[in-house]
Design a protein around this ligand. Structure first.
Ligand code: APR
Length: 258
């Protein structure tokens, strides 16, 4: 019988007790999250955000430097739309549970998400492999560009050099932030347990991190209501929604797990 990923949290899912034991025994936990951990916050995944007037576009048509150079106003407007969607959302129990875990164990939290919900739930030192939706950068900036030099516009421009402000996210075809990638890879190699939550495992190099942890001896646990490309790497797959399951896997503030 396939477990219902959203069924009442009082019922165990297959593998749940084994995961609880692994977490209790772990000294240093590497966590990789993806869009699925924000699903219960109502944040659309990258592809689900293409609704309303955006439904005629593919994300790849908008989330690239080439697209931004070609249609800066349209792409900037799309990011403002996504910022509004995320700003109206709230962290869900999965985000809060991971923040609580870091108070009990040494945790390195690496996310592919750009929504900042881990931080809003209280997680610190989050490694954002794909940047952050609310951060800004400059396209061909003069080096002196900053928010103070930005002239209002769609998008804003630097009044010193005319450079375009751009969202501080990693676009298709761009490299990951070097420091973030190095820190994530180092943590994957030195942790003794790897939790993978809410990712399809299709986008590299992020998707290579669980395999790196496994190569260095860490058991890999995948939490996802649907099959993912990382199930083959996993030692345990728990077919559950993150918001329903995570709060049951370790002690939560004010609540002992049942
Ligand atoms: N709990 C756990 N997992 C969930 C939940 C949930 N409640 N709901 C959905 N999922 C799972 C889906 O089954 C899917 O496997 O979350 C995963 C989301 O996959 P994607 O939408 O591909 O998101 P992600 O894996 O984060 O994509 C990686 O690709 O789209 C680009 O740059 C973007 O960072 C993103 C990267």
């Amino acid at each position: 019988m396939v477990a219902d990923p959203l069924r009442p949290t009082s019922e165990p899912w297959p593998g749940m007790e084994a995961v609880r034991r692994l977490i209790a025994q772990a000294r240093s936990i590497f966590v990789l999250t993806g869009a699925g951990i924000s699903a219960e916050s109502g944040v659309p995944t990258f592809r689900d955000a293409m609704t309303g007037l955006w439904e005629r576009f593919n994300p790849e048509e908008l989330a690239s430097e080439e697209a931004y150079r070609r249609q800066p106003e349209l792409v900037w407007e799309w990011y403002l739309h996504r910022r509004a969607l995320v700003a109206a959302a709230h962290p869900n129990p999965a985000h809060h549970a991971l923040a609580a875990l870091a108070a009990q164990k040494h945790v390195t939290l690496v996310t592919q998400n750009v929504d900042g919900l881990h931080q809003r739930a209280g997680s610190q030192h989050v490694i954002e492999l794909h940047g952050n939706l609310f951060a800004n950068k400059w396209l061909d900036g003069c080096g002196r560009c900053d928010e103070a030099s930005a002239l209002p516009g769609m998008p804003p421009r630097c009044h010193l050099c005319g450079a375009l402000m751009r969202p501080g996210v990693v676009w298709f075809g761009e490299d990951l932030p070097r420091v973030a990638r190095f820190r994530a890879e180092h943590a994957a190699q030195t942790s003794d347990l790897c939790l993978v939550v809410g990712t399809s495992g299709l986008v590299y190099p992020a998707a290579a991190l669980p395999g790196l942890a496994k190569e260095h001896g860490a058991p890999v646990i995948v939490i996802n209501p649907l099959p993912s490309a990382l199930d083959q790497t996993a030692d345990l797959v728990v077919p559950a929604a993150a918001g329903a399951l995570l709060p049951l896997l370790w002690p939560q503030p004010g609540m002992e797990p049942d």
